[in-house]
Design a protein around this ligand. Structure first.
Ligand code: SER
Length: 584
């Protein structure tokens, strides 16, 4: 028995017309990234527009919901799922809706009545208690003890966005446990799982927050396919059902590892690749990018890659193609677009994989390095931003890595830096357009901070007679002139280089300070040309390593600098030496 086919057949036998699934990317709706429910493409018809297929409709709808994205990896959550639904557009109402749901569950799916329970709306200021629905349930033999009356939090559905059709609902629960079915239904008991939702859509929520009766009374039902299959097959792990078995098996085969003990990564790979196949498989042609649906696609693929790596899958092999091909084969009968766009899908996955696998390893090392120097358990915004900007780690991936180590990420700080960066690139683009670069690019900024670190390291290694005599920075290298009267030994150079790299590793915050010049001098701040500065000066403080008069700009944390390497040490002029160095 195939649940999708049976569902369609049953409702067609009750006078419904089957309509095709709408794309998972909403058509003509820029306010929503994805289709999240079967009713979403039907909103105009629930509002009163005439549907060409009539007033009774049935379908299975591709849906993507992101609110549970972080939960994926457990037994039941998915980012993509299929929703079975039937609708009455001003046609039948509560009586038939409840009668047919009951008939389908007990006579087609053969669920024993004692394993069923329902919730109905207990009423509020807008709508009265739904005793009508409760009575219909009772007429089919559902006992009063198996009916729970709940508030709007639980038994009111919609609108899907801020405004639109909504109404009270009645939800159907199944006893998913080998324990004896209790006499009384407790909706809080997790052994009862919701399997179907029948919404009686008779109100329109306006933008003033009012509930206005719709022209017509509608029914909107939704049944989560994956969940009901799990119920029917008697397993509590969705990924062990017929929906996922072959895909999980394929991942076991590719990774040479058993599902048991590796569930989380295997579930994430399976779920995320399936959703990616569905998004990339739409005719509209979504490609991984840094905005909107493209960003979600990128996040999903990158997270799948990172979990493939966690399973020691050779990421450069055709693993993703094998899994995606299997998924396409499984879904093409229901969603022909995935077959039609197979080449596109495989290409999207491969290209994104090639892009990300180049930086993934380095980024993971960077992450490990950064956390080994943390004083607390919060990943600083600079580290998160560098992982994003340099290594292509979506912030969510960094958060996930952190949470695996019981750490948090300074998300707010990251968002600020992200905005700042966007602003900078916008300004940079404008500058370039005007025909000149300002010379304050990202690399120059990093080199600028490196001069402060080098200055401090040289003082440490050679002595306090060292002062900066000049510097010159390009995006590719730095030159630093300083007072010292003899050639540095190999050992001194090595020590200096190591010290700078040590400062970088320590992830020291770089702070900008403003104070009176005399106070700054009292603090022992290093200055190249004291007279150049006015009464109030700007200083940059790098922990206890360095305090220098300087106008900036600088990075905000030393960890943003890559590895520092001295290329050459030579004489510049009498009593002045010159170091050429690179950040690499
Ligand atoms: N719109 C309701 C839901 O998403 C029923 O289809 O649960």
């Amino acid at each position: 028995m195939n649940l999708k086919d049976e569902y369609i057949k049953f409702f067609v036998s009750k006078g419904h017309k089957q309509i095709p699934s709408a794309p998972v990317i909403p058509e003509n709706d820029p306010t929503c990234l994805f289709t999240t429910a079967g009713m979403q493409p039907l909103v105009p018809y629930l509002m009163g527009q005439k549907h060409p297929a009539g007033t009774r409709l049935v379908d299975y709808q591709k849906c993507v919901r992101l609110n549970d994205l972080d939960e994926v990896g457990d037994k039941t959550h998915h980012t993509f799922f299929e929703m079975l639904g039937n609708w009455s557009l001003g046609d039948y109402f509560k009586e038939e809706s409840i009668a047919w749901s009951f008939e389908f569950l007990t006579e087609v799916l053969h669920i024993p009545i004692k394993r069923l329970a329902v919730t109905v709306f207990k009423g509020n200021d807008t709508v009265e208690k739904d005793t009508e629905s409760a009575n219909y349930w009772k007429s089919h033999g559902i006992k009063e003890e198996k009916i729970a009356y709940l508030d709007a939090e639980n038994n009111w559905w919609g609108p899907a966005g801020e405004t639109g059709p909504c109404g009270p609902d009645t939800e159907i629960f199944y006893w998913r446990s080998n324990d004896d079915v209790p006499e009384k239904f407790d909706p809080e008991d997790e052994r009862w799982v919701e399997i179907w939702n029948n919404v009686f859509m008779q109100y329109n929520k306006t933008d003033q927050g009012k509930f206005v009766p719709l022209k017509q009374k509608n029914v909107d039902t939704g049944m989560g396919y994956e969940r009901v299959v799990a119920v029917l097959e008697g397993v509590d792990d969705n990924y062990q059902t017929s929906v996922w078995k072959d895909v999980i098996h394929k991942i076991e085969e590719i990774s040479h590892l058993p599902y048991q003990g590796n569930e989380k990564s295997m579930r994430i790979i399976a779920d995320h690749l399936r959703t990616s196949v569905m998004i990339a498989g739409e005719d509209i042609g979504i490609k991984p990018s840094n905005t909107d649906q493209g960003y979600i696609l990128r996040r999903l693929i990158r997270r799948a890659i990172r979990h493939a790596k966690a399973l020691n899958i050779d990421v450069s092999s055709h693993w993703e193609e094998q899994i995606a091909s299997l998924l396409i084969e499984q879904y093409q009968e229901y969603y022909p677009e995935v077959k039609r766009n197979k080449e596109v899908i495989l290409n999207v996955l491969k290209t994104e994989k090639e892009k990300f696998s180049k930086t993934l390893e380095k980024g993971l090392r960077e992450f490990e390095k950064a956390i080994s120097h943390l004083q607390d358990n919060v990943i600083p915004k600079e580290v998160a931003f560098k992982l994003y900007d340099t290594y292509g780690f979506p912030i969510e991936l960094t958060i996930e890595l952190a949470s695996e180590k019981n750490m948090k990420v300074d998300e707010k700080g990251f968002q600020e830096k992200f905005k700042e960066h966007q602003e900078k690139s916008r300004m940079g683009a404008e500058q370039k357009f005007k025909g000149g670069l300002s010379g304050q690019g990202e690399m120059e900024t990093k080199y600028h901070t490196a001069t402060h670190l080098l200055n401090a390291a040289l003082k440490e290694v050679l002595g306090s007679h060292v002062h900066q005599k000049g510097s010159n920075i390009t995006p590719e290298r730095m030159r630093f002139d300083f007072s010292h009267d003899k050639k540095m030994t190999e050992e001194e150079k090595q020590k200096t280089e190591d010290l700078v790299n040590d400062y970088i590793k320590r992830a020291i915050p770089v702070e900008k300070l403003e104070m009176k010049k005399e106070d700054a001098l009292k603090l022992g701040a290093e200055a190249m040309f004291i007279d150049k500065y006015g009464d109030v000066v700007t200083l940059y403080k790098i922990g206890d390593v360095s305090l220098e008069f300087c106008g900036g700009p600088h990075v905000s944390n030393t960890s943003e600098l890559p590895h520092f390497k001295i290329i050459k040490e030579e004489a510049s002029s009498s009593g002045v030496r010159r170091i050429k160095a690179k950040l690499q």
